[in-house]
Design a protein around this ligand. Structure first.
Ligand code: SF4
Length: 63
């Protein structure tokens, strides 16, 4: 699956990282990092993270 984050919208508070920490994480500079090619079995958690994003910054293709 391919995940895209609109960093213009992202607030950087990490709600997605709470829902799917295998895929989304805040680094030491509090910037959001996204796993490049998450395992297919994580598709449900990625979808939940996208739904949890307060600004709808996460797009998922091919899940
Ligand atoms: S939940 Fe959305 S706004 Fe918050 S850090 Fe994740 S992508 Fe950014």
């Amino acid at each position: 699956m391919r995940i895209t984050v609109d960093y213009e919208l992202c607030d950087g508070l990490g709600q997605c990282a709470l829902v799917a920490p295998e895929v989304f994480a805040l680094n030491d500079d509090e910037e959001l990092e996204v796993a490049a090619d998450p395992a297919p079995e994580l598709a449900g958690k990625v979808a939940a993270a996208a739904r949890a994003c307060p600004v709808r910054a996460i797009s998922v293709e091919g899940a």
